[in-house]
Write a protein that binds this ligand. Structure first.
Ligand SMILES: Cc1cc2nc3c(=O)[nH]c(=O)nc-3n(C[C@H](O)[C@H](O)[C@H](O)COP(=O)(O)O)c2cc1C
Length: 404
């Protein structure tokens, strides 16, 4: 069964368990009134607010929530047009232990039912889930957050987007220039929501500024900080600064996640060991290889002649087919599906440009056609396998169903 949340407009899929209910949503009234932007709950003394607790009690709450979520270590990073429900579910199947939604614009989300219906969907199995918003107005951000708090484990504030659109809209990493505003955003959510608030940040060029920033977030009521170890002007190709992430981890008492340069499970282990953080997030590498957290490694990261790896008996064609099936179950926009099919089949398309060109000129797409693209590539007899370590030491990190 698939239900549309009648008050908020977005879709909550419930294929296997029709009993998944919207009870919590229907019991909280004012903030869910559609579109008016008023009637926000006055501070409900949320269990996550820091105003009425000592710092110690507060960080304890942040930790007990994290522990209740079973301390996920392997996390799908937020990706606009990337980390939607079907892709999250594919990554979860292959070892991801938590996931972020793509960034959602808080004003559009608060005001437009159509936007909510198009941009957000979830299902019972899609947990733990971080729902990420961008914005710069506390009341609007809160209005947006109220609509999802029953369906997620953290409401996340995007403080890291460095793109021109974020500069124009004054959100994401450009809020690093206005820390009092950042503080008011976090405080607003932390004192009113029933789920904890997390923040995804970039680092400042000067380490002490990054540390002060992280402490400010913690003091404002943030329950978890994800640190992308690059500055606002840093390029994705630049190495992420794991030492800066380690300094943040040492400076605050709440859980910290590391982000940047996670391409395979060795990176995961190295990053955890170097930084001491609770978990890692990956973005770009997952687009290429959604099975990364299951210990599968793209051939790109296996050195020629290295006999420590073997064919993992899984290739990108298999992953595309699984992804398409998930998209049939959990519909998303076609441009998202196309981007993922491209991302996963990039190598195959490079060696068979005629099939790619046919794909490019196709005016109307269908699932049938996309499945046939994989079949045609397979018929050419070329495989781009994903590799696994022969020792399979990584298997101990897998959920049981992956070890069979
Ligand atoms: C396609 C794409 C979309 C992204 N969209 C978002 C987003 O919506 N919100 C966000 O905080 N970061 C976004 N990011 C940044 C990633 O979450 C991540 O911080 C960055 O890519 C560094 O991680 P990586 O080295 O694993 O790629 C995006 C990255 C990519 C590649």
């Amino acid at each position: 069964m698939t239900s549309t949340n009648s008050l908020s407009g977005f879709t909550i899929h419930s294929h296997s368990h029709t009993t998944y209910s919207l009870r919590r949503l229907t019991t909280v009234s004012p903030p869910y009134r559609d579109g008016d932007g008023h009637g926000l709950r006055k501070s409900m003394l949320s269990p996550y607010t820091c105003n009425h607790h000592t710092e110690h009690q507060y960080s304890e709450r942040a930790w007990s929530h994290w522990i209740k979520l079973k301390q996920p270590k392997l996390i799908v990073a937020p990706m606009y047009d990337g980390s939607e429900l079907p892709f999250r579910m594919l990554c979860r199947k292959y070892g991801a232990e938590a996931a972020y939604t793509p960034m959602l614009h808080s004003r559009s989300f608060a005001e437009s039912r159509k936007f909510r219906a198009r941009e957000f969907s979830t299902c019972k199995e899609d947990r733990p889930l971080f729902v990420q918003f961008c914005g710069n107005e506390p009341d609007i951000l809160l209005e947006a957050a109220y609509r999802v708090e029953s369906f997620c484990d953290y409401v996340d504030i995007n403080l890291g987007c460095p793109q021109r659109i974020a500069r124009t809209g004054n959100y994401g990493a450009f809020l690093m220039d206005d820390l009092p505003l950042v503080k008011s955003l976090v405080e607003k959510l932390a004192t009113n929501l029933t789920v904890p608030v997390s923040c995804k940040i970039r680092i400042f060029p000067v380490l002490q500024d990054t540390i002060n920033y992280a402490k400010l977030l913690e003091d404002a009521g943030c329950s978890l900080i994800a640190v992308h170890g690059r500055t606002r002007d840093g390029r994705t190709r630049e190495r992420a600064d794991w030492d800066a992430i380690k300094s943040v981890k040492n400076a605050v008492k709440i859980p910290v996640l590391a982000n940047g340069n996670i391409r395979h499970m060795d990176d995961v282990q190295n990053c955890l060991a170097t930084t001491g953080v609770e978990g890692v997030m990956s973005a770009e590498a997952l687009l290429d290889n959604p099975a990364l957290f299951g210990g599968f490694r793209s051939g790109e990261w296996v050195l020629e002649g290295d006999d420590g790896f073997e064919d993992g008996k899984l290739d990108r064609g298999d992953l595309v087919v699984e992804y398409l099936k998930l998209c049939e179950k959990y519909p998303v926009r076609w441009n998202i599906i196309i981007a993922h099919v491209y991302g996963m089949l990039r190598k195959w398309f490079e060696t068979h440009p005629d099939i790619r060109d046919d794909f490019n000129i196709k005016r109307t797409l269908s699932f049938e056609y996309l499945y046939s693209v994989v079949d045609r590539l397979r018929a050419r007899g070329v495989r781009f396998p994903l590799y696994v370590k022969k020792t399979r030491r990584w298997m101990s990190t897998l959920p049981f169903y992956m070890m069979i």
